[in-house]
Design a protein around this ligand. Sequence first.
Ligand code: ADP
Length: 265
Amino acid sequence: GNRGPEKEIPFAKPGSLTRVFAVASGKGGVGKSSVTVNLAAAMAASGLKVGVVDADIYGHSVPRMLGVNERPTKVEDMIMPPVAYDMKVISVGMFKPPGNTPVVWRGPMLDRALHQFLADVYWGDLDVLFMDLPPGTGDIAISVAQRMPSAEILVVTTPQQAAAEVAERAGSIATQTHQQIAGVIENMAWLPCPHCDERIAVFGEGGGQAVADGLTRTLGSRVPLLGQVPIDLGLREGGDSGKPLVLSEPESPAAAELRRIATGL
Ligand code: ADP
C-alpha cells in the first residue's frame, strides 16, 4: 500500500527494558480482564510505570474496570492514551465507531489495530505493559507473538477441569510461537464461607495446577502456578465501579493474593 514504512514498536526493539505480559485464557468469563487490571494497578501503586492494552475485541471490559470514559486524543502523529490510576490505558473499544455496533474484526484488521496500539500510542518509558488478549487461541495471540516475541504469557483459568483443558490449549501455542509462559493464575479458586473458615470449591479444584503441570510437560520447562485468587464480591463490584480491588480493598484476601502475584512477577 501507500501507507509508508511501518513505525517501529518500541517494546519490540532489542534492548527494550519494558516487560510485556500477554494475559490469555481458554474461554471468556474466567476473570482474565479482572486479573489483568488488578495486577497492573498493583504494580502502578508500587511505583512502576505501567501501560495496559485491552486487546480483547469481544470483551473490551478494561476501560470500564478502570473507570475510563475518555477517548484517546491525537497530538501530531501520536495517540495520547487516557490515564487511570497512573496507568496508560488503550482499548480496542476506543477505536470503534460510536454506538454499540458489534465489531467484526478479521485477522489483518486486528493485526493492524494491534500495531497501532503499540507503535502509534505515546507510551513513554514503561516498566511493564499488560495486554489483555481475547480468550482462546485466535489471531490476536498470533499477532502479539509475531510483533512482540518477547511478550511473556500469563494464563488465567478457573479450577474447573473443562476450563483448565482449554486454558492449557491456549497456553500451549507458546510452543509454536517460542514465547515464554510466566505462569498460571487460578481465579475464582474458592469461595470463603461467610459463616466459618471453610473454603467452598464452587468451581471444583485443581485446574490451575493441572494447567501448570500440563504446560510444563508440553514446553519441557517449568511453568509455575503463580497463585490462587478466591471469589470476592468486591472484585466484581470493583470491576463494575471502575476501581480495582487492590486499590479499593487492599487488605481483602483476593487483593492480597493479586498483589503477591504482581510482586513475584
Ligand atoms: P474475562 O476477562 O475472562 O472474560 P472478567 O474479568 O470480565 O473475565 O470476569 C468475568 C466476571 O467475573 C466479571 O463480572 C468479574 O467482575 C467477575 N470476577 C472475576 N474474577 C472474580 C473473582 N475472583 N471473584 C468474584 N468475581 C470475579
